[in-house]
Design a protein around this ligand. Structure first.
Ligand SMILES: [Zn+2]
Length: 162
């Protein structure tokens, strides 16, 4: 049996796309087709991570439109410059949605053109990791940094997660 048969013919493969920005406006014209093609090759679940508050409603709507499509809720490190203390509670509320299965897309991005200060990125990342731990949810991490040298506060939070 070749890979094609494994994926399509016999139904033996059960694939999960853990990181698919299906909410992007680039897919407004062919989102149905994209989901159908993914299913045809064995992708049974798709997780759509939010990246900012503004796209959370669309992510949640998409999870309700397609069977097997789930959401992740989080603020991407490029969009965290305006983070407010109360924002973690906004995320906590969104994460209660029945189709939310993870916290993400969160992380650190040290790209030269990321305007969000690193200190803010670390604070927002740590708060979201703690939220994930509180809710017993996995995380989807964006890493363009020295993530392996996380401060010990991050390590202790992530060590408690599976
Ligand atoms: Zn992403």
């Amino acid at each position: 049996m070749n890979a094609q048969e494994l994926m399509i013919g016999r139904g033996l493969m059960h694939l999960v796309d853990t990181h698919c920005h299906l909410n992007s406006e680039f897919f407004n014209m062919d989102r149905d087709d994209i989901v159908a093609r993914a299913r045809a090759v064995g992708v049974r679940q798709i997780i759509v991570p939010a990246t900012k508050f503004r796209n959370i409603p669309k992510v949640l709507t998409i999870t309700e439109q397609y069977e097997g499509v789930y959401g992740a809720i989080g603020i991407y490190p490029r969009y965290c410059a305006d983070w407010q203390v109360s924002d973690i509670n906004r995320l906590r509320q969104s994460a209660k949605h029945k189709r939310v299965v993870a916290i993400g897309e969160i992380g650190l991005d040290y790209s030269w053109n990321n305007k969000c200060p690193r200190e803010t990125q670390h604070r927002v990342f740590a708060e979201q990791l703690k939220l994930a731990a509180d809710l017993d949810l996995p995380v989807i991490i964006h890493n363009f940094s020295e993530l392996c040298r996380l401060p010990s506060t991050h390590r202790s939070i992530s060590a408690g997660m599976q």
